[in-house]
Design a protein around this ligand. Sequence first.
Ligand code: NAD
Length: 409
Amino acid sequence: MTDYTNLQNELKQKPRVWLITGVAGFIGSNLLEALLKADQKVIGLDNFSTGKEHNLSEVRKALTANQRNNFKFIKGDIRILSECKRACAGVDYVLHHAALASVPLSIEDPLRCNENNVTGFLNLLLAARDQKVRRFVYASSSAVYGDCEDSLKVEDRVGQSISPYAASKSANELYASVFSKTYGLGSIGLRYFNVFGPRQDPNGAYAAVLPRWVTAMITREPVSIYGDGSTSRDFLYIANVVQANLLAATTSNPAAINQVFNVALGTRTTLNELFEVIRSKLLPDYPHLQNFRSHYQAFRPGDILHSQADISKAKTLLGYNPSHTLEQGLDAALDWYKNNLCGQGLGLSAKAVHKPNEMLGLSRQGRNRDVSLVQKSGFPEHPLAQSVMSVLREVTILPCRGRIRVRNP
Ligand code: NAD
């Protein structure tokens, strides 16, 4: 059995109390789901600045009543020390993920970035120290590598920060290290690379390119690639991030404590390769993608060409062993992307958006429902609404297929 399987069994037998900050966000809500499914007790803190109530209700729906009862949510802000102290009371492990997680926003508003990512971080360290938590695990970022040009990123070779966001994550690592030396608080920093998966905001940072492209391909919008497509990233499915957090929180290896670790797959995928993988996975359901091509635009200034992590430190010291490759992660995430990002927000039937070729088989009532929803949605100009309308229009001119003939949607 792997270290992680052992750990999952142990946790089930001996539940612990966990605090997840940023619990309503992408990574936080996935941690929540995994922990509650492992019958742990979880306290979640979030101020809903980018997180969503919807993410929490989606998690609740996936649980048993008992598991749901193990969750206590606190609407609170890490910028307020008393709220951090309240959240840390009685907690064994902190998984700190609340942050302003956007590089462009940090450039626009560095003060806000500092308040959330540095002052907020310090508040939580103080609260964790005072409440004597067993371990403080926090989200760092591959952004700390800054202008380091090594194509394989190793933990102890970082460059200069190139954004306030990156500076804030470097400051987190410094403070965590100081708290371990000064107060003996055991912490572990996880430098995530490009994480993707369910509940990811397509407008967010990092691997948001995945949900954006999936949506664009399905709805026949153009897909733009900056540069010639040879830019590469280390894309990582969320289940691997969950694994790294649980291992980091519970490790008893002294060499692993007060360290930072790359959390990635340890592979590099170019944007051209990523485009092709997504296209080929969607093709069976969306024949219009047969000849679908991306558009190339100029390189964006400041974009790093290649980013790949060396994950040997996490493998050796934490027993980290990614469970999902990029393709396996995509297989697991695609259904969620299809069902949540492409039209359901408008109340359109899944079939209308996802299986346009099967629209021929949809009843007149079903089609009329979609048309009227588009009209009533208040977003008739929305690209998704437009796309559905164009599918419906197309259906009307398609020749007779089988026994179904549609004249007027
Ligand atoms: P996210 O924006 O989905 O989640 C962040 C959560 O923190 C949100 O729910 C937000 O409402 C909450 N939050 C922000 N400020 C808060 C405050 N002051 N008080 C309480 N809650 C607050 O982002 P994510 O992608 O889930 O990222 C989680 C963490 O991982 C962040 O620290 C981010 O910097 C880091 N990270 C993410 C990636 C990635 O690929 N997604 C990569 C590297 C690092």
